[in-house]
Design a binder for this molecule. Structure first.
Ligand code: NAD
Ligand code: UDP
Length: 339
């Protein structure tokens, strides 16, 4: 079976390509290099020991997509490609709607017209909004998102639900990710943010390596055990393996399914600092500052549906997540080399 991975050179995509090839799938990668480096592709090949096809293409480029579908026998698409910076999306909403929503519509049209109706989509826990109480379950109401990035995920989910209502021969799997961290065991691929990281773990690892001075902890007055924000961190390789299971599910029968991919456990910001210090032996400088706009106190999953229906469960614990994040950062202090 051949899987088209959009955004396959990015953080989650690169790890997923390796796990797909390990599981015996043929992989075709599409990326426009907006937020990744070519070196990631070389390392995917090195780690998997397998060849794969790569197309430099934008998901908004209909002709480019048709060319891929006509050249390759694509059975299923895993759709990672998108912009993902919450703060940037507030400043550049149109770019986010164009790239994420417009790009997905173009991709879906190209799939339909070329006879490929199986898709696994990268959604996010952000679609649960501010009002649901954790543990979050797939049948809770979605909405109440606080920024354009989150709105693109919600809109794409709605588009996919409408598409399935209109044509039930589609196989659609919506995967709601919680907080992916960690890296491949080899330390060869990992998360390579541009500029100052927005997310907690890359910020911590850059403080540890000495690139940043001090972590700002956004608020210690939440209703959580130590007052700092609680999240459901999941190892990126566990997340990647969830995609392999989702592809199997999509191949079984037409349908639309939604799954949380998380561990079901919540850790606070200070838990993360201490776990990282233990795993790395490096002390993390931090200071408590005010809350970050739009943040919620607690967000973690109920992952039981994915266990029941996909036979998938996260295996890697917090210690392993921290060790692997640190190995990647230590071995690649400046991320991937420039192309
Ligand atoms: P990433 O930025 O590392 O990967 C996305 C890839 O898509 C990049 O390589 C980028 O160059 C490519 N891309 C962007 N726009 C494109 C376009 N128009 N055409 C072709 N390629 C394009 O991000 P990631 O962390 O690997 O996230 C992958 C997906 O998962 C995204 O859709 C993201 O919104 C979603 N997600 C991520 C997280 C997270 O915390 N990392 C959480 C929930 C959901
Ligand atoms: N956080 C923090 N300092 C940072 C980045 C994040 O205290 O520099 C906190 C944030 O407020 C949240 C948690 O860490 O409670 C996870 O934040 P992240 O941005 O990684 O994920 P998200 O908020 O999208 O779940």
């Amino acid at each position: 079976m051949s899987i088209l991975v959009t955004g396959g050179a990015g953080y989650i995509g690169s790890h997923t390509c390796i796990e797909l090839m390990n599981a015996g799938y043929d992989v075709v990668v599409l990326d426009n290099f907006y937020n990744c480096k070519r070196e990631a592709l070389r390392r995917i090949k090195e780690l998997s020991g397998k060849e794969f096809k790569f197309y430099e293409c934008d998901i908004r480029d209909r002709k480019g997509l048709d060319h891929i579908f006509q050249n390759e026998q694509i059975d299923c698409v895993i759709h990672f490609a998108g912009l993902k910076a919450v703060g940037e999306s507030v400043v550049k909403p149109l770019e986010y709607f164009d790239n994420n929503v417009g790009g997905t519509v173009t991709l879906l049209e190209a799939m339909r017209d070329n006879g490929c109706k199986k898709i696994v989509f990268s959604s996010s826990a952000t679609v649960y909004g501010m009002d649901n109480v954790s543990p979050l379950k797939e049948d809770m109401p979605v909405g109440g998102v606080t920024n354009p990035y989150g709105r693109t995920k919600l809109m794409i989910e709605e588009i996919l639900r409408d598409l399935y209502r209109a044509d039930s021969s589609w196989s659609i799997i919506l995967l709601r990710y919680f907080n992916p961290i960690g890296a491949h065991k080899s330390g060869r691929i990992g998360e390579d943010p541009n500029g100052i990281p927005n997310n907690l773990m890359p910020y911590i690892t850059q403080v540890a390596i000495g690139k940043l001075e001090c972590l700002s902890v956004y608020g210690d007055d939440y209703d959580t055990p130590d007052g700092t924000g609680v999240r459901d961190y999941i190892h990126v390789v566990d997340l990647a393996l969830g995609h392999v299971k989702a592809v199997e599910k999509a191949a079984e029968a037409a349908g639309l399914h939604t799954y949380n991919l998380g561990t079901g456990k919540g850790y606070s910001v200070l838990d993360m600092v201490h776990a990282f210090e233990k795993a790395s032996g490096v002390k993390i400088n931090y200071k408590i500052v005010g809350r970050r706009a739009g943040d919620i106190g607690t967000c973690y999953s109920d992952p039981s549906l994915a266990k029941k229906e996909l036979d998938w469960e996260a295996q890697r614990d917090l210690e392993e997540m921290c060790e692997d994040s640190w190995r990647w950062q230590k071995n690649n202090p400046n991320g991937y080399p420039d192309d």
